[in-house]
Design a protein around this ligand. Structure first.
Ligand code: SAH
Length: 290
């Protein structure tokens, strides 16, 4: 374990029980049990003062739906001992609003959050929260994708999961999180330097270099007539790394060509991608309709 670090997450929500299941399984459960992360959920209804414990109200200006009132969120926030916005060191303490209008949540942001001591996740419901809470308390607004959920809880669970598995000591093998799809570390530097052997093949068996991960196989070697690729079974590690690199390139080329522009590519990678482009061109010339 390179250094000891413990992150505390505070989740503000009208459905705290929602998190019982995500926190009780797999990596998150183990990380909490090993004290590598602390996750506290806060019930916004506990900060209401009326008999009906009202957390929402009609929108000013009219229109559909309801809006989460600012009062309970603000009062709940005051109990968290987070610095007020102008004085806050956001590299260490950060307050995030989950929102369909936010910036896209990415693996790079996951790494930033994994370096924080405190992360506050605010979950909206209905049409969203009163915007003054965003202005007064939040450092950033994050969206987990271009679709609309009915609440921020699923999004908060996604962010929590993605960050916790990056914390030192959480995954048994640190390479598991370093070298997978989207890994910024791999894309930025290592592919061009130490990670390459003298034959120009990535040194790690699964260094993503900003690409999508390569396909994985386990036993049995044959399943319903489909064989595990020969190269993975013959123990030639250089050939395996090379095959995996090409598979990662091919998958990225097919599913997420936008990532290729930012990936760290060797000359060999570019040659391989050129052959994929050429093959496709040939196919479309022969079958103009496809
Ligand atoms: N009226 C809003 C949608 C509100 S959905 C709009 O059109 O943008 C209710 C809540 O779900 C939001 O306040 C937010 O907390 C959460 N939410 C919905 N989609 C999300 C997404 N893609 N990413 C993160 N949170 C989302």
């Amino acid at each position: 374990m390179p250094y000891y670090q413990r992150v505390r997450f505070d989740i503000l929500t009208i459905f705290p029980e929602f998190f019982a299941s995500p926190l009780a399984h797999g990596v998150l459960k183990r990380a909490i049990a090993s004290n590598l992360v602390e996750v506290l959920t806060h019930d916004l209804r506990a900060f209401t003062h009326d008999r009906h414990r009202t957390v929402d109200d009609r929108p000013f200006g009219g229109g559909e739906g309801m809006v989460l009132k600012p009062g309970p969120i603000y009062d709940c926030f005051q109990t968290l001992d987070i610095a007020p916005k102008p004085a806050r060191n956001t590299a260490k303490e950060t307050v995030i609003l989950l929102s369909a209008q936010g910036r896209s949540f990415t693996q790079t942001i996951s790494h930033d959050l994994a370096a924080c001591d405190r992360v506050v996740l605010l979950c909206g419901r209905y049409e969203g929260i009163d915007e003054r809470i965003n202005t007064l308390l939040c450092d950033r607004e994050l969206s987990i994708g271009d679709y609309v959920l009915s609440g921020g809880e699923l999004a908060a669970a996604v962010v929590l999961d993605a960050v916790v598995r990056l914390l030192p000591g959480v995954l048994g093998n640190p390479d598991s999180s370093r070298n997978e799809s989207f890994s910024p570390e791999a894309s930025q530097s290592s592919i061009n330097t130490a990670a390459l052997t003298k034959d120009g093949v990535p040194d790690s068996t699964h260094l993503s270099g900003g690409l999508l991960d390569y396909p994985h196989y386990t036993r049995p070697a044959e399943f319903l007539g489909l064989e595990v690729p020969e190269v993975l079974q013959n123990g030639d590690h250089l050939a395996i790394r090379k095959w995996r690199r090409q598979q990662a390139l091919a998958k990225t080329w097919r599913n997420r060509p936008d990532l290729l522009a930012r990936a760290a590519l060797t000359r060999e990678d570019r040659d391989f991608l050129a052959t994929l482009d050429n093959l496709e061109k040939q196919n479309t010339t022969h079958n103009p309709s496809s």
